[in-house]
Design a protein around this ligand. Structure first.
Ligand SMILES: Nc1ncnc2c1ncn2[C@@H]1O[C@H](COP(=O)(O)OP(=O)(O)OP(=O)(O)O)[C@@H](O)[C@H]1O
Length: 235
C-alpha cells in the first residue's frame, strides 16, 4: 500500500490569525490510487480547493501529513517542493493561455518551464500532444480563434506535455458546455490510462461525475462521503 502517489494523513488546515483564525480542513486522511481519476465535490467553501492546493505543493502543509510521490510535504524545503512541482500538471478553470501565442507556442510554455529536450523532438512532442487532444488541425491558431472547449484542451495539452505523474485540475469544465466538458474529462481519463497519470479534479459539475473512478465529498472541511475507493487506508 506504500505506492500511492498521494497519501494524506490527519491533515488539518487553518486560515487567518488570532481572532480571525478559522479551520478549513479537519483531520483528512485518504490515499489516491495510481492512474485513477478522483473527483472532489462539495458545497462552496467546503475546502476542495484548499485540499487540492495542499496536495499540489501550492500551499504549505502545516499540520498532518501529505506524502506526494513518496515525499513528505510537511517541512519540505522550497527546492524539494519545486522538484516535486516539476512532476505535476495543473489545469485551472481560467485556462490562462497566452493570448498572443498560438496553440503550439502555448503548449511549448509547459515544456520551457522544465527546459528539456532538443528542438525537433520537442516540436514533435507538442504536435503529438495537440493531436491527442484533438487539435492537430489548430496548431497555429491563436486562443482568440478557438472555442472555449478548444482553449481548455490546449491548457490540458500544456499541463500534460511534460509527462506529469499527477494532474491537479480545479474546475476544468466550469466554462464549458456539456459536450465539451465531457470531452475534456474523457480526454484526461484516456490520457491517464495511456500514461498512468493520476488525476485529482475539483468540480461543481455533476455532468462529469459518471466518468470518475472515485468521488470524494467534502462538507465544512470534512470528508463526508467516499465512493468508489479501491484502496483501504493503512495505519
Ligand atoms: N486564502 C484564504 N484566506 C482565508 N480563508 C480562506 C482562504 N482560502 C479559503 N479560505 C476559506 O477556507 C474555506 C474553504 O475554502 P475553499 O476555497 O477550499 O473551498 P471550496 O470548496 O474550494 O469552495 P468553492 O467551491 O467555492 O471554490 C472557506 O471557508 C474559505 O472561505
Amino acid at each position: 500500500m506504500g505506492d500511492h502517489p498521494i497519501s494524506v494523513r490527519n491533515l488539518n488546515h487553518w486560515f487567518g490569525r488570532g481572532e480571525a483564525r478559522k479551520q478549513a480542513i479537519f483531520d483528512l486522511s485518504l490515499d489516491i490510487a495510481p492512474g485513477s481519476l478522483t473527483v472532489m465535490v462539495g458545497p462552496s467553501g467546503s475546502g476542495k480547493t484548499t485540499v487540492l492546493t495542499l496536495m499540489g505543493c501550492l500551499r504549505q502543509v502545516e499540520d498532518g501529513s501529505v506524502r506526494l510521490l513518496g515525499q513528505e510535504l510537511q517541512g519540505a524545503d522550497e527546492p524539494m517542493l519545486e522538484a516535486l512541482r516539476r512532476q505535476l500538471g495543473f489545469i485551472f478553470q481560467a485556462h490562462n493561455l497566452h493570448e498572443s501565442l498560438t496553440a503550439r507556442q502555448n503548449v511549448m510554455m509547459g515544456l520551457q518551464v522544465h527546459g528539456r529536450g532538443d528542438e525537433r523532438l520537442r516540436n514533435e512532442a507538442i504536435e503529438h500532444m495537440l493531436e491527442l487532444v484533438g487539435l492537430g488541425h489548430r496548431l497555429d491558431y491563436l486562443p482568440g480563434n478557438l472555442s472555449g472547449g478548444q482553449k481548455q484542451r490546449v491548457a490540458i495539452a500544456r499541463a500534460l506535455i511534460s509527462g506529469p505523474k499527477i494532474v491537479f485540475a480545479d474546475e476544468p469544465t466550469a466554462a464549458l458546455d456539456k459536450d465539451s466538458g465531457h470531452q475534456v474529462v474523457a480526454m484526461l481519463k484516456a490520457l491517464g490510462r495511456e500514461r498512468g497519470t493520476t488525476t485529482v479534479m475539483v468540480t461543481h459539475d455533476s455532468r462529469i461525475l459518471d466518468m470518475a473512478d472515485r468521488i470524494i465529498t467534502l462538507e465544512h472541511g470534512r470528508l463526508v462521503r467516499d465512493e468508489g475507493a479501491v484502496a483501504t487506508l493503512t495505519d
